[in-house]
Design a protein around this ligand. Structure first.
Ligand SMILES: [Zn+2]
Length: 358
């Protein structure tokens, strides 16, 4: 634990230096751009200078170009980057809405956000005028960027995570040559994750690559529900399907609306449904494991019911003694109680920890 703390302190210190160096670099780059020094060195643009002379990838060059331009307009952006409050990948989004007039209120809204979260803020501040709600099905043959956008899309698809694809972001002022480079750089991954583009505060455009089989099932569901839900949209059908899945998962977790009677001779590690329900509600369906920082984990992934005082040590399956924990933290808790030796001997790997033990 002590070694881990020392290593962590070292990482934190290195990270501060990384942020500070990045901030200093971008402030200097803004000054370099202001003087048009790239032109003096014979480059066509700041982007070309970054890519050709400093050998940055196109994506890295684009992020830094946008940041340097924004810093010239709003110097506070340089401080925010240097202090690590603003992430370089979200700067492209911030640059769409932050101005010399509004930065004091708008810039802080981007602090600590990922690019995807930043896109949501932009969509809220600058809603898409008349967001398209059509469903478009197009065969996937050519570059995924074309398909993902669909013929009716007015919003260019952007890679959601930094480094996933080409230089992201295109300020309205961005030159067309740089946009072309962005497109060229888009690779052709076989498994492209679904893309979500925020359009307004609560509307998202969802790009999804599906199989023919999926479309057939969708059509079959449409037909099957043509009487019960005539004219249901694809979104409504899919949402209804998801509701069914969630209902099923909730039942499995003991969240059924009507509790069954608790069996009188329940096994001691069995958690009664009413306890599960109360625990689930109290913990808000999130892992309650407390991290060294004092925050709770909060994960909603692979949740399990964890006995705070283990059943093996006499802990009861009561609301007070049961909490929600994600699988990883359930294992960590068990290792803390029983020790690594015991766990390795009796529960090697711990990959298949039953959902009700803890
Ligand atoms: Zn957790």
């Amino acid at each position: 634990m002590d070694t881990a703390r020392t290593l962590s302190a070292n990482l934190a210190s290195l990270l501060r230096r990384e942020h500070s160096a990045l901030g200093a670099f971008l402030v200097a780059l803004a000054d370099f751009d202001r003087r048009r020094a790239w032109m003096t060195l014979g480059h066509a643009s700041l982007f070309a200078y970054l890519h050709r002379e400093l050998r940055l990838s196109k994506a890295a060059a684009q992020y830094r170009k946008v940041a340097a331009e924004l810093i010239q307009e709003v110097p506070a952006v340089g401080d925010a980057l240097g202090e690590g409050r603003l992430c370089l990948t979200s700067i492209v989004e911030a640059a769409r809405v932050v101005t010399a007039q509004n930065w004091e209120t708008v810039l802080p809204r981007f602090f600590g956000l990922s690019r995807r979260e930043a896109m949501e803020v932009v969509a809220e501040l600058q809603p898409h005028p008349g967001p398209p709600t059509r469903t478009i099905v197009s065969p996937v043959r050519t570059a995924p960027s074309e398909v993902a956008a669909g013929p009716a899309s007015a919003v260019p698809p952007l890679p959601l995570e930094a480094g996933a694809a080409g230089p992201a972001g295109n300020r309205p002022s961005g030159s067309s040559s740089e946009l072309t480079e962005r497109e060229v750089n888009t690779s052709t991954p076989t498994h492209r994750p679904a893309e979500v583009v925020p359009l307004t505060a609560d509307l998202r455009r969802f790009h999804l690559t599906v199989s023919d089989r999926f479309l057939e099932k969708l059509q079959a569901a449409k037909d099957a529900l043509s009487h019960a839900r005539p004219g249901a949209t694809e979104e409504e059908l899919l949402e209804a399907g998801l509701d069914l899945l969630l209902e099923k998962a909730a039942k499995r977790k003991g969240l059924v609306a009507k509790p069954r009677k608790t069996p009188r001779a329940a096994k001691c590690d069995h958690i009664p449904a009413h306890v599960k329900r109360a625990v689930m509600e109290r913990d808000g369906g999130r892992c309650q494991f407390r991290l060294p920082s004092g925050e709770i984990c909060g994960s909603t992934h692979q949740l399990e019911f964890d006995h705070i005082e283990p059943v093996a040590l006499g802990g009861a399956s009561t609301v007070e003694n049961v909490r929600i924990a994600c699988k990883r933290h359930n294992i960590i808790s068990a290792r803390r109680v029983f020790g690594d030796g015991w766990m390795d001997r009796y529960a090697p790997g711990k990959a298949s920890l039953p959902a009700e033990t803890g």
